[in-house]
Design a protein around this ligand. Structure first.
Ligand code: FES
Ligand code: FES
Length: 204
């Protein structure tokens, strides 16, 4: 890392396996800001910028984090993996396919962060129970689906039937199922202390 211009830093970030140069960044710039505004990595979404919505979820050295709560300069020696870096196959492909097959994608704004979070969960805990799944999903706000279809997609991946054949019924439109239970109610769930993500006092 270098700081040739006072108050500005230049460094490299490893983004999805590629070294990207960042020049003239301010120390206080978040990883989210640098990804989107300096490196044009726009699959990482910007919403709350407070670590509450999960739209900017990425893996940092294999740990699920919200990019808006990490200083980019602190990620200079780490591996950043976005939804694009999860790869075209493997668990991420199953998650993506299940989201589509089960109608868990509507406007799509939350989807990159959700795919990162769910893929991370299922990689670490393939047999995650309902409570674990809900706790993970509570870190990612979706204002469209009501979460029922997202839960359905996650369960389908676990059951090895992420595609259309595994669908348990016709797509529901409208209505919000909500997470309920330990993860909180739809629209007001707190994130809890999920591994790797920042403090989350609750949804705004
Ligand atoms: S934009 Fe980062 S958690 Fe909402
Ligand atoms: S699909 Fe629109 S916010 Fe989740």
């Amino acid at each position: 890392m270098s700081g040739d211009v006072p108050g500005r830093l230049s460094y490299h970030l490893s983004i999805d396996g590629t070294q990207r140069a960042v020049t003239g960044a301010r120390l206080e710039e978040s990883l989210l800001t640098v990804l989107r505004e300096r490196l044009d990595v726009t699959s990482v979404k910007d919403a709350c910028e407070q670590g509450r919505c999960g739209a900017c979820s990425v893996l940092l050295d294999g740990r699920l984090v919200t990019a808006c709560t990490i200083l980019a300069a602190d990620a200079a020696d780490a591996r950043v993996v976005t939804v694009a870096g999860l790869g075209p196959g493997g668990p991420a492909a199953a998650v993506r396919a299940a989201f589509v097959a089960h109608g868990a994608v509507q406007c799509g704004f939350c989807t990159p962060g959700l795919v990162v979070a769910v893929t991370d969960l299922l990689a670490r805990r393939p047999g995650a129970d309902e409570e674990e799944i809900r706790e993970t999903l509570a870190g990612n706000i979706c204002r469209c689906t009501g979460y029922g279809r997202i839960l359905e997609a996650v369960r389908a991946v676990q059951a090895g039937r992420g595609g259309l054949a595994g669908r348990s019924g016709p797509a529901r439109r409208g209505g919000r199922t909500g997470l309920g239970g330990a993860a909180g109610q739809d629209g007001e769930a707190g994130r809890g202390d999920q591994a790797g993500r920042g403090d989350s006092p609750g949804w705004a």
